[in-house]
Design a protein around this ligand. Structure first.
Ligand code: SAM
Length: 238
């Protein structure tokens, strides 16, 4: 039910999604994805899974930073978002390194230990059962692999937070609704961001799933937060 609502919502806004991202974040979304991908320290032999890949911007950033990468897989359950990703990827690359798959991030169709890195940008907030999702990502990773989670957050500073919430709750839903013609989507956005756990709590979920060396970094005064964690190498895990 929850999943269907979210999938239909992204299907509904797919056409305007990129434009609204740039507009509502004042282009900071591009900078945030760049930071997330550079935290992966990618090399040619890596295999990356981008969950909730949407219109493919994380994958495009991966290809920018590591053009010869062996394998990149994007998964999303919104077919419209995937259609746009496919078009954008065809424009930037013709190689066979990228695969886009329609699927639910909670039930990934990959054997354990398939990837050296798993990324999810602005997607985990939409997945209600976050603990299961993070465990599923953990299983997909090879020992020593990295998980990077980028998410919209609310600034921790009280004054900044009040200003931010004013923008987020009052202005953003109006701009979003005007451009996307989707009334619910951009009211749901602030609700889902406000409902997202604090950094320490979210890091706790990653720890519970088995991740080590968890770190987080607030970006643009805390409007987004980048979390990274590592799957222990086999000898430590056992
Ligand atoms: C806010 S968009 C982020 C897209 C992209 N990662 C980006 O950086 O712009 C969230 C995406 O998550 C997808 N999504 C949400 N829940 C999902 C789930 N359980 N399984 C797969 N995709 C999901 C939506 O369809 C949507 O494309």
């Amino acid at each position: 039910m929850e999943l269907e609502f979210i999938r239909d919502m992204f299907d509904g806004i797919a056409r305007r999604y990129d434009l609204l991202n740039r507009l509502l974040s004042l282009r900071q979304d591009v900078h945030w994805r760049r930071k997330m991908v550079s935290a992966l320290n990618l090399s040619q032999n890596d295999a990356v899974l981008d969950v909730a890949c949407g219109t493919g911007d994380v994958i495009i950033e991966i290809l920018k930073q590591c053009n010869c990468i062996q394998q990149v897989v994007g998964v999303d359950f919104s077919l419209r978002m995937l259609q746009i990703a496919r078009k954008k990827l065809t424009a930037v690359r013709k190689g066979g390194a990228v695969r886009l798959i329609a699927g639910n991030g909670l039930h990934l169709p990959f054997p354990e230990k398939s990837f050296t890195a798993v990324t999810i940008a602005f997607g985990i907030r939409n997945i209600v059962d976050r603990k299961t999702a993070i465990r599923v990502f953990f299983d997909c990773l090879k020992p020593g692999g990295i998980l990077a989670v980028l998410e919209l957050t609310t600034p921790e500073n009280r004054y900044l937070q009040s200003l931010y919430l004013l923008y987020f709750k009052r202005l953003l839903p109006k701009i979003g609704a005007f451009f996307s013609k989707h009334l619910k989507a951009y009211s749901y956005l602030p609700e889902s961001v406000i409902g997202f756990p604090g950094a320490r709590e979210f890091a706790g979920i990653m720890k519970e799933a088995g991740f080590k060396n968890i770190q987080w970094r607030h970006l643009t005064l805390g409007a987004a937060t980048l979390f990274v964690g590592y799957k222990p190498t086999e000898s430590i895990a056992q």
